[in-house]
Design a protein around this ligand. Structure first.
Ligand code: NAI
Ligand code: MN
Ligand code: ZN
Length: 335
């Protein structure tokens, strides 16, 4: 089979590998579509602290179960599935409180173990979620990125009367906008980015107001409007302090970033307004929820997709995704 392998940082190739056999409790997925994420690019360039090499990348993928391991119901053969990349131990403290996404032995498919940019991928049966017929194959790999928005929103508990501010109109910001509007019915979703093309995508994905903060600070443009819910999907370290200053008293702030750089913030700026800060990593059992939202038409994954590219052109696809944020959002590989 063909697999996209990062042998070492900066060494991307399409390798011929033996077709894997599913072990007990596993299924083999014949992958049909897979989407590119920033973390795939980071593993390519050696900027992902969790990645081990060589690695078959890809953690957003869809396909059909074509082999099952011992103990797996053969009725699973032929089932269309989206794969949850979070593999957890099931018995550590975070697992015991329903937070497998921060399992102390966390394994992310496509990061810690081989992933879905491949003709076949072997995954735990429990990670392969059946899809209803009304979810199109061509967008089914996008369940995973929407689970990121689902997970942060589970902490933030958006309400219709919220005034939300989303930093960043990349794939993560756009999924957050769609979930805030389409699932939670939030009255006003304001989006900040520094690229006009990305702000246009935010409008197309449901933002009520877009603000370009490249030159004029948000505090000036908001003119006293205090967001009650803020999601940082741009993830620059300076944003937390700014969000704290902009937020309404009793506001909630959600963080998604992994920067190792420090940021400066005072206790007073948080406590005087009794702000709540939540962080969110990957997803905890959010696949069924997102699949339901997609099936019910509450979210529209096709709005994120700008390109379909064959697997053989992986290097062109990854380069386009990385270098061209003005024209490019989600790039989906056809396998
Ligand atoms: P992206 O790079 O495509 O999008 C980021 C957007 O933020 C860009 O449109 C950029 O122009 C904009 N931006 C940059 N600085 C800004 C600022 N100061 N103010 C407003 N906008 C600004 O990235 P993507 O894929 O949307 O991911 C966003 C972040 O989310 C990344 O840092 C990534 O590491 C993180 N992430 C976190 C996950 C989690 O589970 N916690 C999962 C996936 C991504
Ligand atoms: Mn992703
Ligand atoms: Zn665990």
């Amino acid at each position: 089979m063909k697999s996209v392998v990062i042998e070492q940082p900066e060494q991307l190739s399409i390798a011929q590998r033996a077709e894997p056999q599913p072990a007990a409790g596993e299924v083999r997925v014949k992958v049909k579509y897979a989407s590119i994420c920033g973390s795939d690019v980071h593993i390519w360039h050696g900027h992902n602290p969790f990645a081990k090499y060589p690695r078959v990348i890809g953690h957003e993928f869809f396909g059909i179960i074509d082999a099952v391991g011992a103990g797996v119901d053969p009725a699973r053969l032929g089932v269309r599935v989206a794969v949850d990349p979070v593999v957890s131990c099931g018995h550590c403290y975070p697992c015991s409180v329903g937070r497998p996404n921060v399992c102390s032995e966390l394994q992310v498919i496509g990061v810690h173990r081989d992933g879905g940019f491949s003709e076949f991928s072997v995954v735990p049966n429990a990670n392969a979620w059946a899809l209803p017929d009304n979810i199109d194959d061509r967008v089914a790999s996008l369940v995973e990125p929407f689970t990121i928005a689902a997970n942060i929103c589970a902490f933030l508990q958006p309400q219709p009367q919220d005034i939300a501010l989303v930093y960043g109109a990349g794939p993560m910001g756009l999924t957050a906008i769609q979930v805030l509007k389409g699932v939670y019915g939030v009255k006003q979703v304001i989006v900040a980015d520094r690229l006009t093309q990305r702000l246009q995508m935010a409008s197309d994905n449901g933002a009520d107001l877009t603000l370009n903060n490249a030159e004029t600070p948000l505090a000036v443009q908001l003119a006293g409007v205090q967001p009650t819910l803020i999601i940082d999907a741009a993830c620059h370290p300076y944003i937390l302090a700014e969000a704290t200053a902009l937020a309404s008293p009793a506001g909630r702030i959600g963080l998604l970033g992994f920067s190792g750089a420090p940021c400066t913030i005072t206790q007073q700026s948080l406590t005087s307004k009794e702000l709540s800060i939540f962080t969110s990593r990957l997803n905890s059992h959010r696949f069924p929820q997102v699949i339901r939202w997609m099936s019910e038409g509450k979210i529209a994954p096709s709005k994120l997709v700008t390109h379909y590219i064959p697997l053989d052109e992986i290097e062109r696809a990854m380069t386009l995704f990385e270098k061209d944020p003005r024209s490019c959002c989600k790039v989906i590989l056809e396998i």
